[in-house]
Design a protein around this ligand. Structure first.
Ligand code: NPW
Ligand code: ADP
Ligand code: K
Length: 473
């Protein structure tokens, strides 16, 4: 697992560490890591000696990091220019060292550079870019040189990943100590480019703002059958999805569930004939009440919202079993008719809204703090919330949050959420905790989208097929 921490927690950890070290040690470590990464980029584009670097230097320590790194590069024969957002407020020690190493301060940007270093704003940023920093970010958007951001791209809201205004788009972000939320979540995350972490030796005691699963986590959580297993002991997932109008949703959620770890998939709904024909291993029934025993339910995709659908949702809500509620199930929850049934549940519930469904459930769209919004809805509904998006978020009612690092735009295709729901239900039925089931399903769904995209354009059926190739063996 990786994790990102909020600014206040990063500052507290830095303060505690700084108290044990000679002054300037942390900035020296940060600048050394930054200079190393700049040198790698410059070498990959030709040569280090004689190449040209432009530093954009702000008024705080982020600018200090850039100036010390610039000094190191100047000592290696790089022609380094520093453009200062405010010449009177540049980092004093950094500027002296930079000038002594042969760096130049410029008031006009050189016409040709091999690399731009964005040292305007780091974790001290407040609100949208202002003044000279805003002008520089706007101008930078029109240049073609690669950009390395120092700690975070300037202009992002570091704690939420929101973009309060224009921001720098980096090819690489060299970040210090730990990840910050803006590097992994929200509209800011894609602006960071490739994120490289420079170890400062920080010890984090605060809880992370958000966690990120890695392949090793998914492999550890994924249940494997052994010699004692049978189809029931591996878990049975039930699907109350699809309808006469939307048989595709039934097929796609079934395909998602079949890629999961359970020993059996049961389908209950009006698309039962086509499911039985196309997925012969699935045991089908027309209604939830006829389905037989399962260990978790998936309800909603393509179910429609008629009287029959309401009865099916009611049956799922009443079952003392983990349940995934998606799409039409969420729509039916919104009018409040089922609010008491949802609240009365003692078994775990996972809600999987996209932004539109989130807005209908919560009363307002996720807003600038997507993780915070998902946590609020999770606490309010006492459910795990999987908020879909390019960086899908999983939030639990007890305040834990995760963001999925594997998403890819090719997942944005009709029916892709149905596949996700089926897999999630299978993981729940196989005994994963609701948070782990949601995190693992989003992670593998993303990998499957990437794998499917390798052979061309992607349909949700392709995502389901590719799931089989990306699940742990
Ligand atoms: N702490 C440590 O141990 C270590 C920290 N390290 C480094 O320090 C960085 C944090 O440095 P920091 O605290 O000096 O803040 P920083 O991000 O440079 O910006 C503050 C300045 O920006 C300005 N400003 C703010 N918002 C603005 C806006 N919207 N638009 C325009 N201007 C704006 C604000 O000006 P003001 O609002 O006061 O006019 C203030 O002067 C951190 O990210 C990392 O790189 C590393 O060396 C490792 C060790
Ligand atoms: N731009 C994007 N990048 C990555 N993933 C995306 C993007 N847009 C949507 N997704 C993912 O695609 C899936 C869409 O699901 P959903 O909105 O339920 O669609 P449908 O109802 O058609 O199945 C979700 O897993 C979501 O996270
Ligand atoms: K920066």
């Amino acid at each position: 697992m990786r994790a990102a921490w909020r600014v206040a927690d990063v500052r507290a950890a830095e303060k505690a560490l700084m108290a044990t070290l000679p002054p300037g040690t942390l900035m020296a470590r940060a600048a050394a890591g930054l200079a190393r990464r700049c040198a790698i980029t410059l070498r990959s584009r030709g040569r280090l000696y004689g190449s040209r670097v432009l530093l954009l230097v702000g008024t705080g320590d982020n600018g200090g990091d850039a100036l010390y790194a610039g000094a190191t590069l100047a000592g290696q024969g790089v022609a380094v220019s520093a453009w200062l957002t405010d010449a009177r407020r540049a980092h004093v020690g950094g500027l002296q060292t930079f000038l002594a190493a042969g760096g130049r301060v410029v008031t006009e940007w050189p016409s040709e550079v091999d690399l731009v270093v964005d040292g305007m704003l780091g974790i001290g940023a407040t609100g949208a870019l202002r003044g000279a920093a805003l002008d520089a970010a706007t101008r930078l958007a029109g240049t073609t040189a690669p950009v390395i951001a120092v700690d975070v791209p300037s202009g992002v809201a570091v704690d939420t990943g929101d973009l309060p205004g224009p921001a720098v788009r980096a090819d690489v972000t060299v970040t210090f100590g730990v990840l910050k939320p803006a590097l992994v979540v929200g509209p800011a995350a894609p602006l960071a480019g490739q994120v490289e972490l420079v170890d400062l030796g920080l010890t984090m005691t605060a809880a992370p703002a958000v966690r990120l699963a890695e392949q090793a986590d998914i492999e550890k959580w994924w249940p494997h059958p052994d010699s004692e297993s049978d189809k029931y002991s591996r878990g049975v997932v039930g699907l109350a999805t699809g309808s006469a109008s939307y048989p595709g949703a039934a097929l796609l959620s079934t395909a998602g569930a079949l890629a999961g770890p359970t020993g059996m998939v049961r389908y209950a709904g009006s698309a039962h004939s086509i499911v039985a024909t196309l997925h012969p291993s699935v045991v089908v029934a027309p209604r939830v009440s006829d389905a037989g025993r399962v260990q978790a339910w998936v309800c909603g995709s393509g179910l429609s919202t008629d009287q029959r659908a309401r009865e099916e949702l009611r049956a799922v809500l009443a079952a003392p079993l983990p349940a995934v509620l998606d799409a039409d199930a969420i729509t039916m929850l919104v009018d409040g008719t089922h609010a008491n049934e949802l609240r009365a549940r003692t078994a775990p519930t996972v809600l999987t809204p996209h932004d539109g469904e989130f807005k209908r459930l919560a009363g307002s769209a996720p807003g600038e703090d997507r993780v915070g919004s998902a946590l609020t809805l999770a606490a309010w509904t006492r459910s795990v919330v999987l908020l879909k998006g390019d960086r899908t978020i999983v939030a639990s009612p007890d305040g834990e949050s995760w963001v999925n690092p594997t998403g890819t735009p090719s997942l944005a295709t009709a029916g892709s959420g149905d596949v996700l729901g089926g897999l999630l239900g299978s993981l729940l039925a196989a005994g994963l905790t609701p948070v782990r089931a949601a995190v693992a399903a989003a992670y593998l769904h993303g990998l499957a989208g990437r794998a499917a995209a390798e052979s061309g354009s992607v349909t949700s059926a392709d995502i389901a097929t590719a799931l089989r190739t990306v699940v742990p063996r």
